[in-house]
Design a protein around this ligand. Structure first.
Ligand SMILES: [Zn+2]
Length: 262
């Protein structure tokens, strides 16, 4: 598997776009480029705020979680190594366009289904205004890869509640080793909760009414995982040459370095 040790800088659009071979050829285009990058940064900031932590079951342990979604959100996505950590992320666009992430990473984005769940593993906030505060319940993102997906399909067949789908399923996720998917591969059905029971479940762990409402919300997936354009992915992966056949290719002018006005 290709390691991307040098990707850290490239993840920031401003750092990943060297002057050479960009499409800038007028001063005004610098401002439009800056505007684009600012808009992209804002969008990325918003999507990061909307995103939840992916639930990771420690190897040799289990987590009990309550599913909030009726049906899962599905997408193709890339996860990749940055400085030794698998923290790189990009939504794969191969279904609609030539995906620069696929070609850079040398592998296709993997099909992933996502569901919002409640995790009652307590933790203490380390930084910020609420440092030292214990959190008894939190929303997490359950990311399910194709290897585990059939188990969730069976769960739905056996225990799903008609039109309510997965909503209210209380599951035990067991993970025997680090080689297993992050959510574990042994998925046990514990019970099915009604909406009233979900509300009582939340109330048992959280006293703040505002936070109770927040905890009951399914993630806004479209905001959390916006589908990037091919150009945005090229920028993220530091690929400056366009791929023939994509829309941007037609509009791109090759410029020589001397023409860049800075
Ligand atoms: Zn891709």
């Amino acid at each position: 598997m290709e390691s991307l040790q040098n990707m850290a800088l490239l993840r920031k659009p401003s750092a990943g776009a060297p002057a050479a071979k960009t499409t800038l050829n007028k001063t005004s285009s610098i401002f439009s480029k800056a505007k684009q990058i600012n808009a992209r940064n804002k969008e990325q900031g918003e999507s990061r705020r909307e995103r939840l932590f992916d639930l990771t079951v420690p190897p040799g342990d289990h987590r009990d979680v309550l599913i909030l979604d009726v049906e899962p959100y599905a997408q193709y996505e890339h996860q990749y190594e940055v400085n030794g950590k698998w923290s790189g992320f990009a939504v794969c666009i191969r279904e609609t366009d030539a995906c620069p992430a696929c070609s850079t990473l040398g592998r296709e984005g993997s099909f992933t289904i996502r569901m919002t769940c409640l995790d009652t593993t307590p933790f203490t906030i380390k930084n910020g205004d609420n440092a030292g505060k214990e959190v008894r319940i939190s929303r997490k993102m359950l990311a399910i890869k194709t290897s585990v997906a059939p188990k969730f399909e069976r769960l739905l067949e056996r225990h799903g509640n008609g039109a309510r789908g997965f909503r209210g399923m209380y599951l035990r996720l067991n993970r025997d080793s680090a080689k297993e998917a992050r959510c574990g591969s042994d998925i046990e059905f514990l019970k099915l909760l009604s909406d009233d029971e979900i509300a009582r479940f939340i109330a048992k762990y959280e006293s703040d009414p505002k936070r109770r409402i927040e905890l009951a919300q399914v993630c806004d997936y479209k905001k959390a995982y916006p589908v990037p354009t091919a150009a945005q992915l090229r920028e993220q992966f530091g690929v400056n040459n366009t791929i023939p056949g994509t829309e941007e290719f037609e509009e791109t002018d090759d410029v020589i370095d001397d023409e860049i006005p800075f």
